[in-house]
Design a protein around this ligand. Structure first.
Ligand code: ACO
Length: 385
């Protein structure tokens, strides 16, 4: 942080510590301070134990946990809006297989927006924004699964209206219904990924709609922002760490080498949580449970010493992306779909923030400190070097 007398503000690199707006959606201070997380006043540990992704998404979008009939109506709205435009499927067939999954998701959401008759309704129409948000939550999972099927040389699987959001995604991805424990673990990961205050992608979404742009534009900006390896892309990178280490007996050497070379170890550290990410603590138990279920604890044995040494030696505890990399591997999900899965969960949080921003909007327009040259005379073009 430094002050600059000529600018009406203070320079905080990376905006660290800057409060840019108020929110009633997520609290990272909570009751215990650092390491806490609440969605609309409910502790993440309680949400993890008691609510489905649908309930969490309803809470984020509508402000309260649903009662039985509210959940039933919401759930049925999601189930009936899961189909994506056939034009999107046709386009997905033509997109190069080499394209990154997050780039394809960005395109997919743009295409879906063209078929939403309310896309350019008044950006401050709260009810229309909630309707669009529900459609986005319902369709994003279908778009991600369809792309993955086509990438694998298979036909997309139509959504199954008898399955809940998590189980339906795994069904559309694999073509077979998941086991109860796989569906439960996946649902839990979606609950934990659904929202996280003013992270980079949510901030990008809020900045975008603060110009009175539309909800889809905000979501597309957020998808592009989540892709980076310092943010959502870290779950794919965390898996690559485990693969690079390769076996439990290589873990100690790998970590010492990484520490000496000051490598950035993906899945560790967090801008806000300095003593631990509660989502990582919750998912660690589930990783161990699923590893036992599939009868392969190799990745747990590799992960454990890395986690211990990075936490002790670098004072960097794991973040949510460290356990999800293993969790999704145990579910048979390919690495390239890890970050798109993060996105299909986070659309609920992004949409909630977009709606909150538009309900009480002020254009976001910070200042920059100029560091370039000044007062330069313009030379005629034939005299420029
Ligand atoms: N591995 C090694 N060193 C690290 C790590 C890491 N994962 N994270 C931070 N550091 C070190 C930096 O090298 C730097 O050291 P230095 O001062 O000696 O140069 C110091 O800690 C501060 O690093 P910053 O990047 O400035 O800290 P910031 O608070 O911005 O870090 C971040 C947050 C970007 C998440 C960082 O911890 C990181 O890069 N982690 C790995 C990527 C990752 O897992 N991202 C997912 C975050 S959670 C999410 O988005 C869902």
């Amino acid at each position: 942080m430094s002050t600059d007398s000529e600018l009406p503000g203070i320079f905080y690199p990376g905006l660290e510590g800057v409060i840019s707006n108020e929110t009633a959606i997520t609290n990272l201070e909570g009751r215990k301070g650092d390491g806490d997380l609440e969605y609309r006043g409910y502790r993440i540990e309680d949400l993890a134990d008691h609510v489905s992704y649908e309930e969490a998404a309803y809470l984020l979008l509508h402000g309260e946990l649903p009662n039985v009939s509210q959940l039933s109506d919401f759930d049925s709205r999601l189930r009936t809006q899961r189909a994506v435009p056939v034009e999107l499927i046709e386009l997905l067939r033509k997109i190069p297989k080499s394209a990154h999954g997050m780039d394809v998701l960005r395109t997919s959401l743009s295409v879906i927006s063209h078929y939403d008759s309310e896309v350019n309704a008044s950006p401050t129409d709260h009810a229309a924004n909630v309707r669009k948000a529900e459609r986005i939550v319902a369709k994003t999972a279908t778009a991600v699964a369809a792309r993955e099927r086509l990438l694998a040389g298979l036909e997309p699987v139509a959504p199954d209206a008898t399955l809940d959001h998590a189980a339906n995604f795994l069904y559309m991805y694999n073509g077979t219904k998941p086991s109860e424990s796989m569906a439960k673990a996946f649902d839990l990961s979606l609950v934990l990924y659904a929202e996280h205050e003013l992270n980079a992608s949510t901030f990008a979404a809020r900045v975008t709609v603060s110009t009175l742009s539309d909800i889809y534009s905000g979501i597309v900006a957020a998808v592009g922002t989540l892709k980076g390896s310092l943010h959502g892309g870290a779950n794919e990178e965390a898996w690559k760490v485990l693969v690079e280490v390769g076996s439990p007996d290589q873990a100690e050497d790998w970590i010492q080498d990484a520490l000496v070379k000051k490598k950035r170890i993906m899945g560790f550290g967090h801008r806000v949580y300095k003593t631990g990410d509660p989502r990582a603590r919750i998912l660690k138990d589930w990783c161990q449970k699923l590893a036992k279920e599939i009868g392969d604890d190799r990745w747990e044995k590799i992960a454990e010493p890395i986690e211990r040494e990075v936490t002790i030696q670098k004072k960097l505890p794991p973040n949510v992306d460290w356990p999800t990399a293993r969790l999704y591997h145990y579910m048979g999900l390919k690495t390239e779909v890890y970050t798109p899965i993060f996105a299909l969960a986070r659309v609920a949080g992004w949409a909630a923030h977009i709606i909150e921003q538009l309900d009480s909007n002020r254009l976001m327009r910070p200042r920059a400190r100029y560091t370039g040259p000044a007062n330069r005379p313009i030379k005629p073009i034939d005299q420029r070097g």
